[in-house]
Ligand binder design. Structure first.
Ligand SMILES: [Zn+2]
Length: 64
C-alpha cells in the first residue's frame, strides 16, 4: 500500500493575523496586510505623521 502521510500530520500553520488596517485576514503576498491597498493606506498613515512613538522626545543628537 502506498505510504502517503496525511497532509495534516505536519506542524499546524498559525492562523493568519488580521490586517491592521481593515481587520481582514492578511494575504501572504502582502503581509501583514490583506492587500496592497491596505499596505498603501498604512504607509500613507506613516508619511502623514499619524503614527507617533510615545515617550520619545525629538532630539537631533539621537538621530541616526
Ligand atoms: Zn486590509
Amino acid at each position: 500500500m502506498p505510504a502517503k502521510p496525511p497532509e495534516d500530520a505536519g506542524a499546524p500553520k498559525p492562523p493568519p493575523k488580521p490586517c491592521p488596517v481593515c481587520g481582514k485576514p492578511a494575504d501572504a503576498a502582502t503581509l501583514p496586510f490583506c492587500s496592497k491597498r491596505c499596505r498603501d493606506v498604512d504607509l500613507n498613515r506613516w508619511l502623514s505623521g499619524h503614527y507617533v512613538i510615545p515617550g520619545r522626545p525629538t532630539d537631533p543628537e539621537d538621530a541616526e
